[in-house]
Write a protein of this length. Structure first.
Length: 261
């Protein structure tokens, strides 16, 4: 059974001291959680500080990016081996801010997915269309292209290590989240593409998260979409109370869905 996963992506926010405070607050707030997994993606400089509090048990440690090589002359980059050494378990790959602000290509994303899996870390592959692509009716094509490129040649044994996040670019950090209908539809496109690319029986366990302006006032609506297996949260994960409220609402909504089944 897929356990829902909720990831807080702090982006380039917070010193180590601030990260410690926020992590303690989150850790204390999720003690009673049973059915949802929680993960935090602090800036690289705060990974160690966060790891010292979470111990990697109740809260998974996530890196926001990775380089595809193990080592070498790549100034400013961090390898999967280095992330593993400090206790990371997951890595966000292909976030739209990386794709659009730092011009990461589908090819780089594929190399990063491979490096992440080869090192024993678990990738969270982000896909999603821009507003212009959606308005031109090309959302499905874009998402499918991103998935196909990123997962080309991935080993069968690695399929269940993968998480996908649907993050429409127009919803990230804008305050304008996708509607439940749009979310359900995009998640079905992703599930169909995964089946086509990787095989019907192996892909059922891949979690598909939604990300894009999830806030306490809309999280129940999004959690209510049966196709959503978790959330990737940026801005709202920087406020512990908001993040905890979203987690609580999500858990309740999913347990209601399970009871109805
Ligand atoms: C993100 O950074 O992945 C994200 C979804 O950001 P926000 O929640 O702020 O839209």
């Amino acid at each position: 059974m897929k356990r829902p996963l909720i990831v807080g992506n702090w982006k380039m926010n917070g010193t180590s001291a601030e990260a410690v405070k926020l992590t303690r607050h989150v850790r204390d707030g999720v003690k009673a959680l049973r059915s949802v997994e929680i993960a935090l993606a602090p800036p690289f400089t705060a990974l160690n500080a966060v790891a010292s509090i979470t111990g990697g048990r109740r809260i998974h440690l996530v890196a926001q990016n990775v380089h595809w090589e193990d080592k070498g002359a790549f100034t400013g980059e961090i390898s999967a081996r280095m992330l593993k050494e400090i206790g990371c378990q997951l890595v966000i790959v292909g976030h739209s801010e990386r794709r659009h602000l730092f011009h990461e290509t589908d090819r780089w994303v594929a190399w990063k997915i491979r490096a992440t899996l080869n090192s024993g870390l678990l990738p969270i592959l982000c896909v999603g269309e821009t507003l212009a692509e959606r308005q031109r009716g090309r959302a499905r094509q874009v998402i499918t292209r991103q998935l196909r490129a990123a997962l080309k040649g991935i080993r069968e044994s690695a399929i269940d290590k993968l998480t996908v996040a649907y993050e429409p670019v127009w919803a990230i950090g804008t305050g304008q989240h996708a509607t439940p209908v749009q979310v359900a539809q995009a998640h079905r496109w992703i599930r169909d593409a995964l089946k086509e690319l990787l095989g019907r029986f192996k892909t059922g366990e891949i979690r598909i998260l939604y990300g894009g302006s999830v806030r306490p006032d809309n999280s129940s609506e999004i959690a209510g979409v049966a196709e959503v297996d978790g959330l990737l949260i940026g801005g709202a994960s920087l406020k512990a109370d908001d993040f905890l409220r979203i987690i609580g609402d999500f858990e309740q909504s999913k347990s209601r869905q399970r009871r109805r089944k």
